[in-house]
Design a protein around this ligand. Structure first.
Ligand SMILES: NC(=O)c1ccc[n+]([C@@H]2O[C@H](COP(=O)([O-])OP(=O)(O)OC[C@H]3O[C@@H](n4cnc5c(N)ncnc54)[C@H](O)[C@@H]3O)[C@@H](O)[C@H]2O)c1
Length: 341
């Protein structure tokens, strides 16, 4: 890169935001990290990630809430952000059944503040996290960005689909280039304590039973975090452009007459949950005690990403096998939590 480019990463103390910030710093960006450091899960993990990021002189941290409109506006008036990656959100499908309001606040109100700030400050490209959960009740596999996604089955999914609709509106009204990324079950070191790999590893090591939903017959397109951030770093300097072939007569959901698009970022190789658990058991050298349960409300039985559009755009697609990714996670977990095995 010829001159240092500034980028705002929201949710920088989060799992994906941490890995993305590291990769952007290595690529020569000046990274402004934003996070409210909320207590949805262990804040010590967020602080550990931040400590690592703060050791780089090209990283600065801003503890802000996306819903604080004045604070967001001040940040954008104090610094010029040609690029913005919005990862801050209330994540998690199951939590949205019991805490719906958190999703409207961070994911809708918060995202609107980001859209407005980008619009008024000439941001060249806004990249934001959507989710594979937007495919909801769809059954046609693999899930394609060209399929219609109007049947969410959790408020989390509805909030992410809403983000795509809001982004389209800003791309259309104000010519703001936006790219939405539908991540598929992301895992890796410094991963989220509310997600399967972390929960299973912890429980197995503590000789506690693990909850296995849909009797383990669930299939997930588990995607290693390095593959996610590699895709994002390649997409950031490539703002979306209007699709000249787009027609309102046969509207393609993935693109638009406006500078708007969405991509899937998934491994393109779904794995049955029971196989996923087997790999964890092999790596830990210990068997899990499985508590077999039915499919949970809000959960979909299978996810499988079609990533052809991503590959064509950035000449890359995720490919880390779960055996390799789980191994890296467990090595990190054992070291980080100082566990003797
Ligand atoms: N991890 C996955 O498998 C996955 C899958 C699909 C989509 N996503 C999406 O990717 C993004 C990043 O996910 P993650 O796994 O890193 O989650 P995470 O919870 O680890 O990171 C999100 C971060 O955002 C912060 N945050 C939340 N609300 C905020 C607010 N109102 N203001 C400021 N900061 C706030 C949190 O403190 C947290 O550090 C999220 O938008 C999530 O919905 C994740």
């Amino acid at each position: 890169m010829s001159s240092v480019q500034s980028i705002l990463v929201t949710g920088a103390a989060g799992f994906i935001g941490f890995h993305l910030s590291q990769k952007l710093l290595n690529a020569g960006y000046q990274v402004f990290g934003l996070d409210n450091l909320n207590d949805y899960y262990d804040q010590r993990l967020k602080m550990s990630r931040l400590d690592i990021l703060k050791s780089n002189k090209n990283f600065s941290f801003h503890q802000l809430d996306l819903t604080d409109r004045n604070a967001i506006n001040s940040l954008f008036s104090e610094h010029q952000f040609p690029y913005v990656v919005n990862l801050a959100a209330q994540a998690g499908v199951r939590y949205s059944l019991t805490n719906p309001h958190a999703y409207l606040e961070s994911n809708l109100h918060g995202f609107l503040n980001i859209l407005e700030a980008c619009r008024h400050n000439n941001t060249k490209h806004l990249v934001y996290a959507s989710s594979s959960s937007v495919y909801g009740a769809n059954k046609k596999m693999p899930f394609s960005v060209h399929h219609n996604v109007d049947h969410p089955i959790s408020l989390y999914a509805a909030s992410k689909k809403s983000n795509e609709l809001m982004a389209h509106t800003y791309s259309a009204l104000y010519n703001l280039p936006t790219t939405g990324l539908r991540f598929f079950t992301v895992y890796g070191p410094y991963g989220r304590p509310d997600m399967a790999l972390f929960l299973f590893t912890k429980a197995i090591l503590e000789n506690k039973p693990i909850d296995v939903f849909n009797n383990g017959k669930m299939r997930r397109d588990f995607t290693y975090v390095d593959d996610i951030v590699e895709s994002i770093v390649r997409l950031v300097p490539r703002p979306s452009k209007p699709n000249a072939e787009w027609s309102g007569m046969t509207p393609d959901p993935a693109t638009s007459f406006a500078p708007y698009r969405v991509f899937n970022i998934g491994n393109n190789k779904p794995v049955e949950l029971l196989r996923f658990i087997e790999v964890i058991e092999e790596k830990l050298g210990k068997k899990a005690v499985k508590n077999l349960l039915p499919l949970q409300d809000g959960d979909v039985p299978e996810t499988f990403a079609d990533v052809e559009d991503l590959r064509l755009e950035v000449d890359f697609k995720p490919s880390t096998p779960i055996e390799e990714g789980i191994d890296k996670f467990i090595s990190w977990y054992i070291k980080y939590y100082n566990i003797t095995v």
